[in-house]
Design a protein around this ligand. Structure first.
Ligand code: NAP
Ligand code: GCO
Length: 279
């Protein structure tokens, strides 16, 4: 049994998780470290990087962190150079950094649209482009993209985000197509609705103390009738980063409590007294 489990080990690997000071990125990085990897991460400013380093120290993890905006190719190239000098060649990249703007399309400015596309789609392109040459030279590598329910479904007010996450699904398939021959696997994690700062506005209690309408809605679309926890995604992240998934390539694996398999029920049928809060 122990011999087989070595397939899930990340011992000796260097794992880069973008935007990993908190949220899902932090969870992925902690899981990687606890599976044997050396973790490196970036975030958008020094305050967030320091916050992240403190969080990793709480887990006993000696992470490498630096400021890097994933939309700026010069910053990304510099970050990768720093990592290669101070830590080692990057074996695993998780394109986790992301933003969302919930604005009706006709009210969204082109600048707002571009901001979302730049972080959520161009950022993964820039970061993947920065690590692929060394992965090709090494003869192995793992790239994991942060897709979404919005890689498959539309929803009011998230046009830029859905376009980016749909595009990221196809970028995942294209990296697989171009670089699979070098033993590089590019897959994506497709989380459902997970309790993080990004989705906090969708769970806020109403002034009268009642559930946010979207909270009730998404529970009615989820067989598990709960939001996901960041811990729910750690196992899949390690699996996709490990040798155990070497023959999986170009796939988006949804980890959503059953949303993508379920037509949903009348939100009015839900019994709030039976609902599990994960915040
Ligand atoms: P989050 O809480 O908003 O964290 C995203 C992180 O990325 C933050 O630290 C953010 O910094 C950072 N970031 C933003 N722009 C950046 C840039 N240009 N360069 C570097 N870092 C940047 O998001 P999350 O909920 O953990 O989600 C992580 C990823 O999973 C995102 O790609 C998201 O779209 C995706 N996802 C989330 C869910 C969910 O339900 N939570 C579901 C499906 C997919 P700031 O604090 O400055 O913004
Ligand atoms: C939204 C949410 C979602 C989640 C996630 C779902 O406004 O609909 O923010 O987009 O972030 O992407 O998988």
């Amino acid at each position: 049994m122990q011999e087989f489990l070595k397939n899930f080990s990340l011992e000796g690997k260097v794992a880069w998780v973008t935007g990993a000071s908190y949220g899902l990125g932090l969870a992925y990085a902690v899981a990687f470290a606890q599976s044997g990897a050396k973790v490196v991460f970036n975030d958008i400013n020094r305050e967030l990087v320091d916050k992240g380093l403190e969080e990793y120290r709480k887990f006993g993890i000696d992470a490498f962190g630096a400021v890097c905006d994933v939309t700026k190719e010069d910053q990304v190239k510099d970050f990768v150079a720093q990592v290669e000098k101070n830590v080692g060649t990057i074996d695993i990249l998780v394109n986790n950094a992301g933003i969302i703007k919930r604005i009706p399309m006709i009210d969204m400015t082109v600048e707002q649209w571009n901001q979302v596309i730049d972080v959520d789609l161009t950022g993964p392109f820039i970061c993947s482009k920065a690590v692929l040459p060394a992965m090709i030279k090494k003869g192995s590598g793992k790239i994991i993209n942060a897709c979404s329910m919005m890689s498959e479904f539309g929803r009011e007010t998230v046009s830029a985000y859905a376009a980016a996450k749909g595009g990221l699904k196809m970028l995942t398939r294209n990296i697989c197509s171009e670089y699979g021959q070098y033993n590089i696997q590019c897959n994506a994690i497709g989380p459902g609705y997970i309790a993080t700062p990004q989705t906090a506005p969708l769970r806020e209690k109403q002034p009268d103390g009642s559930m946010h309408p979207f909270d009730r809605f998404i529970r009615s679309k989820t067989p598990a009738q709960r939001w996901g926890k960041t811990e729910d995604l750690m196992g899949l992240a390690v699996f996709l980063a490990s040798p155990a998934s070497d023959f999986i390539n170009g796939q988006v694996i949804y980890i959503d409590g059953g949303i993508t398999a379920y037509i949903g029920q009348d939100p009015g049928n839900l019994d709030p007294s039976k609902m599990q809060d994960v915040d």
